[in-house]
Each structure stands twice: as C-alpha cells, then as structure tokens.
Design a protein around this ligand. Structure first.
Ligand code: AMP
Ligand code: GLY
Length: 373
C-alpha cells in the first residue's frame, strides 16, 4: 500500500515510523513532513492545510491510505474531501472533529449526554460573560471556542485576570474568530492524563494512557507550551480506572456523537482529570496527542495499518490490539525562548551518536548543508 501521512510534527514522524513497519506499507509519503521523516517517507512539498494540493498528490501518487495527524486539516474538512473523491483516509470528518474544534459544541454535547466533565458555560456575548465571571471563584478556566494552537486556554487566578482574558479573546480578538465565543469552565484538580482510543464510530478500543508536561520549566513551572515531554504508563493508572474511563466517558461520547449525526471514526483523545479516582473530561481532541504519541506508539505491538483499516472498514471489534508493558519517557528539545519568540534554523548534530534505545522524532526540522541552516 502507498501511505501518505499529513503533517510535520513529531507525532506525524512517529505515525510514519510506525506505519512504515507494516508489511503492507510498500511506499511511504508525507506532506509536508520534516527532515527526520525523510528517513521513512518521501517528502511532498504541500502544506497540511492545502486540501486541494493534498488531493492532487493522492491522485498523482495513487495513495491507498492517507493518515491525518493534526487538528487543523481535520477542522479544514480534509477527510470529507478525500472521502468524496473515493480516497481511503484515517480521521474524523469536519463535523465529527468539532468535538475539538468547538469547545462550545463539545461542552454542550457532554452535558446533554451526562458524560462526566468540568462544568461549562458558553458565551458569545461579552457583557454576559463578564457578568457571569463575577459569580465565579478563582481559579477560573477560560477557553476560546475554536482552535488556537494550544494557546486558547487561560487559567485565571483572579476575577480581574479572567475579565482581561475574555476581553482579549472576545473584544481584542487575540485568537481571531476562534475567540468570538468562549467557554468558562470549572477548574478541576487531581491527576491529569491523556487517554486515546481507536474507534470506527461504534466500537471503541483503548490504547495505553500517557501524561504530558505542559509547562516550560522544571518543577512544573512557567508558561504552558505545546508539551515539553511525556511518559507512559502513568503510575496512578490501573485496569479498573481504564474500564471506568471506557464505560463512563469514551464509549458514551462515541455513541453521543453518532446520535447527533456526527459519526466519529479515527482516534479520540480524552484529556482527563482524575479527582479522587473519578475521571472527568477537561477537553477532547480529534487526534492523537503530541508529545504523547511519541511514547505510546512504540508500545504498540499490533500492525497500525491493520488497525486503521479496521477503523475505516467498521470492523474494529474483529481485531485484537496489543501493547507491551514497557515504560517510555519523552523529552522535547526546543529552541531557547520557546514558547515565547524563538529563533529557528540552528543546526542539530549528534543524532547518530545516541544510545540504541533512544529514539528521535523530529518536529518541523529541515535538511540543510552542514554548518548552514
Ligand atoms: P487544554 O488546551 O484544554 O488541554 O488546556 C491546557 C491545560 O490547561 C490542560 O492540560 C490542563 O492542565 C489545564 N486545564 C484546562 N482545563 C482545565 C480545567 N477545567 N481544570 C483544570 N485545569 C485545566
Ligand atoms: N499533548 C497535548 C495535545 O496534544 O493537545
């Protein structure tokens, strides 16, 4: 099979690396990919948000399976376009992916179907949101409705900071249209965990959970990032908790989406808070986590192409998905200054001198001449 992975992050590198191990994978492509992915796939110079460009590539290269790694192309309707044109694609449709791309939608869905989550209040009117804030006790969680590259969540330590946050989102439009509506959410405490499932829209299969580190500095200090590291398995996780998560959260959510006419196929990511052994949803994502994928997929023993085809062909109940018991730790190395402004183009060296049991996954790297960026 000719397989195309869409994206250029370390999650997509990990997906391409794993898919390439399948005996079914005869040729691997990625768009736009990165320098690390060039080892496992042919790079196509097409942006992940360029639907028409990707469709043309799928036609030109006769792609048999396309795998979407990140949220933006999903929200951009890539899956709908590929399906309409008869291509086999792994990921949810635009309507189903709204579970991530609209926090107002996901909050309402969870409430309507009684799925345990942080309590939400949605606002499109700034004045009403400001009035509501006065009734809340800090910390107060403010979320932009739409996608904001992981930056659309503000945890305000005072009502004044919360007011500033909604002003920035709703009036100054700091996140553009994504912040025109906001969700004001109950602050949950406990242990945070990322829980991923595969689903064909009806059958739901768990993977193994992971935790990620969001803050930039050691000791969980400093501003939030896209993720500085991850590990699996979480020491506080066990099979009983896994069953509770599946029965009270993941399966009901997939059923709820089907009920609402938004059949969900692909991977669903539950961002959960475990408070006194009770898991609740903080947010859902319509894809795998980054940097969690980098530690979760190395544990997968089953052929990932087989799993994805079972999802697409509605026969996930017919396949056994197995993971090993190994533990993995992922560390993200980023340019100094991140998540604020930072320089790119520095050379990276020494990657071929690492211990054999260290894997390296690249994000947005480019091949350059030695000594030049
Ligand atoms: P998100 O982008 O929704 O994953 O939010 C970023 C981070 O903010 C999460 O990983 C949590 O650590 C934190 N967070 C988001 N929502 C809540 C909440 N309702 N209660 C506590 N922490 C939260
Ligand atoms: N690890 C956070 C995310 O992928 O959204």
């Amino acid at each position: 099979m000719k397989i195309l992975v869409v994206g250029s992050g370390a999650r997509e590198h990990t997906l391409a690396w794993k898919l390439a191990q399948s005996p079914k994978a005869t040729e691997m492509f990625t768009a736009p990919g990165n320098a690390g992915m060039a080892k496992v796939a042919q790079l196509l110079d097409i942006k992940a948000e360029d639907n028409e460009g990707l469709l043309k590539a799928a036609k030109d290269f006769k792609i048999d399976l396309t795998v979407i790694g990140s949220e933006a192309p999903l929200a951009n309707g890539i899956v709908d376009l590929f399906e309409k044109n008869g291509f086999i694609v792994f990921g949810p449709t635009k309507k189903a992916a709204e579970i991530e791309s609209s926090k107002v939608f996901s909050g309402a869905l969870l409430e309507k179907h009684g799925i345990p989550s942080a309590k939400n209040a949605a606002f499109s009117d700034y004045k009403k949101a400001a009035e509501y804030l006065k009734t809340q006790k800090p910390p107060i969680v403010i979320k932009a409705d739409g996608l904001a590259e992981g930056k659309g969540v503000i945890i305000a330590e005072s009502v004044e900071d919360a007011q500033k946050a909604i002003e920035g989102m709703m009036q100054s439009k700091a996140f553009g249209a994504s912040g025109e509506r906001v969700v004001i959410q109950e602050y949950l405490t406990g242990r945070e965990m990322s829980f991923f499932v595969f689903t064909d829209g009806k059958n739901v299969a768990p993977t193994v959970p992971a935790c990620d580190y969001k803050r930039i500095y050691d000791g969980d200090k400093g501003p939030n990032t896209g993720g500085m590291g991850s590990y699996t398995p979480p020491p506080f996780f066990n099979d009983v908790m896994g069953n509770i998560i599946m029965k009270t959260i993941m399966q009901p959510t997939i059923l709820a989406l089907a009920d609402e006419g938004r059949l969900y196929k692909g991977t669903l990511y539950g961002g959960l808070m475990i408070t006194n052994n009770v898991p609740k949803v903080i947010e859902f994502n319509a894809r795998l986590g980054d940097p969690e994928t980098q530690v979760v997929l190395p544990r997968l023993k089953t052929d990932l192409v087989d799993i994805m085809l079972a999802v697409i062909e509605n026969r996930l109940d017919k396949i056994k998905i197995e993971f090993d018991d190994n533990a993995y730790v992922g560390v993200v190395m980023a340019s100094g200054g991140y998540p604020g402004s930072y320089k790119t183009g520095y050379p990276i060296s020494g990657l071929d001198e690492l211990d054999k049991d260290i894997m390296v996954f690249h994000a947005r790297t480019k091949a350059g001449e030695k000594g030049k960026s």
